[in-house]
Write a protein that binds this ligand. Structure first.
Ligand code: PRX
Length: 632
């Protein structure tokens, strides 16, 4: 299933479009199936109803672990690098990882977890997080990992939506110099979550935490009751593997659902080909497993290919901005995969932090999560890759399961700030405003995908209609990504950014409505409107226009601003804090009450010379006030 040359890519691509079922059948045969599937694909994009490899039986952990044991049992599967470089790292061979996962799976079984139960995992980047995720998959429980930076409120929303039976967490987490509580946040969340029966707590900080009797159990105690023998549960290809919550243009995050068979095939295939993985390579993806990148390219993709994957607990700037380079040198990392935000921030710290480290082991550099600007791309290429390593810009989404548009490292033509060409099996199109396909190159349009691929989402948990409305109703017969893109004269795609009310802050997605809902919880606030604006480090910053009950004086503004930030932290988490807050008397609304966000965006961007037609506004004077009060 590995593509080795550009002409092999072209052949594979052609085949994948001419006969997608034959193409994916051949790929899927590289995995272990307990029973082979009867039908490769059944689909329609109207309901939507998407089924891959129907009738097939498998367990993804057998493909990630068991099948490697004979030949790769003693190979390192997972390297854990702690937050503090002075703390000893931990390594797990495939055999050890297998054992750890079986033990964790037996703990879950012992607690009464059954196939189909939802398990919420709210943990720092420690090995037990990886064990927990794979333990769920081992026994057919559906994992829902929630990024540990989310607040109790946001965690509760996700637990309630998934009706999780068990929560797995730690006492607390390390983040640079700080230690942050986790268990107490879970306790707060669980005040409103009746579905949760048990909480498993992993000890990370040796913190004294409150344990609720009958509900909470320490992981180190639970493992004493179980052994390491845990046969994998047989799953249907279309059974749910996991739920991962992501933001959309409405207020409430949605649970994107991935299936066992299709996700496995796509995560495994895309990892191998995009990164051009070779047997001895060491893969370091800096994402958190709380996001899809961590699911697909720290855990499932690498393990499906028998690779060695590095999991890093800390942050790029602790104890100094050389942390990533030091890790690369320490483990002779070959593949480094990070986000443009991190690259921009390390670029700002200066190349003097990169130079002292031996980065000769590097073969491939990757970028993901947001558009990478040319300057950052070049810095990455010159100072990290020493102009020897292909820099791949990988475009994809939580919903797509794996990379969709990207160069294949070392094989495809690369152009800075361009994701490039689609992977075999992926059929992107650009649509114009009327929903017509744009055939020519050197054009811009709405990025849609016109044929299913195995890694695509199947539904949004508990609300299939929402899945249809969000992704399949804007353009009939297409999956709509929510992104705008340009195809250059050679057919390479460049992702421009979101065209819906979603902003991408440091590679994290937020619905503007989600942040507005949070701000509106503050008792001083009557109404708010949030837009993104270009931000040097984060890609996009969060700009909030806020109407208070009484327009605050200059003195009051300071504490109301602080109070609003606190509310956002409580409702969502620190990552959603607005960068700028402008207090206003009114918002630019049409006579029908719709906020004209275009104007808000322009003002936030500082581009007030060209606001376009404002005559349809209920009160055009509002615009003058906005312009006068813009926060720079
Ligand atoms: O706008 C695109 C942007 O991130 C969105 C998906 O976010 P999420 O589901 O959180 O997944 C992020 C990691 C896969 C997309 O709709 N995005 C992702 N990768 C790129 C990107 N924008 C430009 N270039 C990319 N390489």
């Amino acid at each position: 299933m590995r593509i080795n040359t550009y002409s092999e890519y072209e052949i594979a691509y052609r085949k994948s479009v001419e006969d997608p079922e034959a193409f994916w059948t051949e790929i899927a045969e590289n995995f272990n199936w307990i029973k082979k599937w009867d039908r490769t694909l059944e689909y329609n994009f109207d309901e939507p109803n998407i089924k891959w490899f129907q009738g097939g039986k498998l367990n993804i952990t057998e493909n990630c672990l068991d099948r490697h044991l004979e030949k790769l049992g003693d190979k390192t599967a997972l390297i854990f690098e702690p937050n503090d470089p002075k703390e000893t790292y931990r390594k797990f061979t495939y055999r050890e990882l297998h054992e750890q996962i079986c033990v964790f799976a037996n703990v879950l079984k012992d607690l009464g977890v059954q196939k189909g139960d939802r398990i919420c995992i709210y943990m720092p980047m420690i090995p037990e997080l990886a064990f927990a995720v794979l333990a769920c998959a081992r026994i057919g429980a559906i994992h829902s990992v929630v990024f540990a930076g989310f607040s109790a409120h946001a965690l509760a929303d996700r637990i309630i939506d998934a009706e999780a039976k068990v929560v797995i967490c730690s006492d607390g987490l390390n983040r640079g110099h700080k230690q942050i509580p986790i268990k107490s946040t879970v306790d707060e969340a669980l005040e409103n979550c009746p579905s949760v029966e048990k909480v498993v707590v992993v000890n990370r900080l040796n913190w004294p935490v409150k344990m609720k009797s009958g509900r909470d159990i320490w992981y180190q105690d639970a493992i004493k009751r179980v052994n390491s023998d845990c046969p994998a549960t047989e799953m249907d290809a279309e059974d749910m593997l996991f739920i991962l919550y992501t933001s959309g243009s409405t207020g409430k995050p949605k649970g994107v659902v991935h299936s066992c068979g299709g996700y496995m095939v796509y995560a495994g295939y895309s990892f191998l080909n995009v990164f051009q993985y070779d047997n001895e390579d060491i893969h370091f993806c800096t994402a958190d497993i709380g996001w899809v990148t961590g699911h697909s390219y720290i855990l499932y993709g690498p393990l499906l290919n028998g690779a060695t994957t590095v999991m890093f607990e800390g942050i790029p700037t602790f104890p100094d901005p050389a942390r990533f380079w030091q890790i690369i040198e320490k483990y002779a990392v070959t593949h480094f995969y990070t986000a443009p935000t991190a690259i921009r921030s390390l670029m700002q710290s200066g190349e003097e932090h990169v130079l002292p480290y031996g980065l000769d082991s590097l073969k491939v550099l990757g970028s993901v999560g947001e558009p990478i600007n040319e300057e950052a791309w070049r810095w990455y290429n010159i100072h990290v890759g020493k102009e020897r390593c292909p820099v791949i810009d990988t475009w994809w989404q939580t919903e797509t399961g794996g990379v969709m548009i990207s160069g294949l490292a070392g094989i495809s033509p690369l152009r800075p700030a361009h994701a490039g060409q689609p992977l075999p099996g992926i059929q992107p199109v650009l649509l114009d405003g009327e929903g017509n396909e744009i055939a020519e190159n050197d054009k811009e349009g709405y990025l849609c995908i016109k044929f299913p691929w195995p890694g695509m989402l199947r539904t949004t948990y508990g609300d299939h209609e929402r899945c249809r409305l969000t992704y399949f109703s804007t353009y009939k017969g297409y999956y709509f990504t929510g992104d705008g893109a340009r195809r250059d004269e050679n057919g390479l795609y460049r992702i421009i950014g979101r065209v819906d009310d979603v902003i991408n802050v440091s590679g994290h997605r937020f619905g503007t409505a989600e942040i507005e809902n949070a701000i509106n919880q503050n008792k001083n606030v009557v109404e708010s409107a949030v837009v993104g604006y270009p931000h040097d480090l984060k890609g996009q910053g969060i700009y909030a226009y806020v109407i208070c009950h009484n327009q605050p004086s200059i003195d009051e503004m300071q504490w109301i601003r602080a109070s609003i930030l606190e509310t956002v932290v409580e409702q969502i988490g620190p990552i959603a804090k607005p960068d700028k807050i402008q207090f206003v008397y009114g918002l630019p609304k049409t006579r029908s009450g719709k906020i004209m966000r275009r104007i808000l965006r322009k003002v936030a961007e500082g581009d007030t010379a060209n606001l376009g037609d404002i005559s349809t506004l209920l009160d055009p004077m509002v615009v003058e006030e906005l312009k006068a009060g813009v926060v720079l």
